[in-house]
Ligand binder design. Structure first.
Ligand code: FEO
Length: 395
């Protein structure tokens, strides 16, 4: 197994089998469950892996320490993609001491029935392993209540849990300096927006706690170990957790027979003609909302449109708006449009989402299309696209 620095080894695994992370989020390039082993006077394991991968996990551990026992298991995060192997690790290492905080152990008993040999730590507590010294920093609600990070102060390594993680399996290389990271940047935004995105304030609080701390390696639980790009990934997390965006536009639509899509095309073209360069368009029935949420986190403008269906809003658009509303996204502008065959509901339903849950800044005049675009609604779509572009460019 690869040594990252000074007796700290990677012992994680790759999952290229799962279709949907958490049963929700597509994994076209897989995902890694990262775990780390410090082979010092005392042996310390940092987090585990999803239980389906226990056999490669224990093989990795044996490759590093052979028959040595593990003294400590640090649990930075109890979500089962990282805690899933706790019970089996205890079978292999019955004397192992499990380190967590006040919120950790109730979850551990609930998920796995494990409640013995627990060592509770508080913010700032320290554990000496020999040459290595670990300091625990509590970072609640990034993105579960028990989340914490562990700092190895002897070599400036941050074991950050999910923070700074991203989708995508590790294909041989582990440390960012060993790999072309181009594919990981958008997957980091997708991971953040999908998984952590609701918790911008706790992320900001965690970043403040770590400000000024020297860090040479960030070892998260998903994706590459960050070394060369630490400034970039910390900057990305800072920006995303402030809900900062670029002046671009997501145009997202549902369509049954092409009429709502026609309106979306007119809107996007008008936005482009008004000078806006960053425009992305999605058919909400074709593109998983995971990717649309990602781009809503990237761009300030959003225009959504869908047909009326069963006297309500076209279901796939309802799902997207529900997912966006659940993330308490700030600093966005919204335009909207809808279509209907004989009874108009979609436009009112989108407005209801915005008034009650989204609270984005409305831009332009909503367009309600009966059956298909006519000269009046065509012009209104052009006006909507232009108004959004001018708003975004003016800022
Ligand atoms: Fe990767 Fe929140 O678990």
């Amino acid at each position: 197994m690869q040594e990252i620095i000074d007796k700290i080894y990677y012992v994680g695994v790759n999952d290229r089998n799962k279709e949907l992370f958490e049963g929700l989020w597509p994994l076209p390039d897989g995902v890694s469950y990262n775990s780390y082993l410090i082979n010092d006077d005392k042996v310390c394991l940092i987090d585990t892996v999803e239980v389906d991968f226990f056999m490669p996990f224990i093989r990795n551990i044996h490759e590093v320490i052979g028959d040595r026992q593990i003294d400590y298991l640090v649990i930075n995060h109890m979500e089962p993609d990282h805690s899933g192997s706790i019970a089996l690790i205890k079978k292999y290492y019955p004397d192992i001491k499990i380190i967590g905080n006040k919120k950790t152990f109730g979850m551990m008993e609930g998920f796995y029935g494990v409640n013995d040999n627990c060592v509770e730590v508080k913010n700032g507590d320290v554990l000496e392993l020999g040459g290595h010294v670990l300091k625990f920093v509590l970072t609640p609600m990034v993105h579960w209540p028990e989340t914490m990070v562990t700092l190895d102060t002897s070599c400036n390594v941050l074991f950050s849990g999910d923070a700074f993680g991203c989708f995508g399996a590790l294909n041989g290389g582990l440390i960012d300096s060993q790999i072309n990271c181009d594919t990981f940047w958008l997957e980091m935004v997708r991971y953040y927006s999908n998984i952590v995105g609701k918790y911008g304030t706790p992320v900001q609080n965690a970043l403040k706690k770590l400000a000024g701390v020297p860090i040479d390696y960030i070892c998260s639980t998903h994706g590459p170990v960050w070394h060369e790009h630490i400034g970039k990934v910390v900057g990305m997390y800072d920006s995303m957790s402030r809900y900062e965006t670029a002046p671009g536009l997501v145009v997202c639509y549902g369509t049954m027979y092409g009429n709502t899509e026609h309106a979306a095309e007119v809107i996007a073209r008008a936005a482009s003609q008004a000078g806006l360069k960053d425009i992305v368009m999605y058919n909400v029935s074709k593109t998983h909302h995971s990717y649309i949420i990602r781009d809503v986190f990237r761009y300030r403008g959003l225009i959504v449109g869908a047909p009326t269906y069963n006297t309500g809003l076209y279901h796939e658009m309802d799902v997207l708006l529900s997912e966006l509303a659940g993330r308490d996204i700030k600093n966005h502008c919204l335009g909207w449009f809808g279509s209907h065959g004989w009874a108009s509901r979609a436009v009112a339903k989108i407005q209801e989402w915005n008034d009650t849950r989204l609270h984005f800044e409305p831009v332009g005049t909503p367009v309600d299309i009966r059956q298909s675009l006519d000269s009046e609604t065509f012009a209104m779509c052009e006006a909507l696209g232009k108004a959004m572009a001018e708003k975004l460019l003016a800022e």
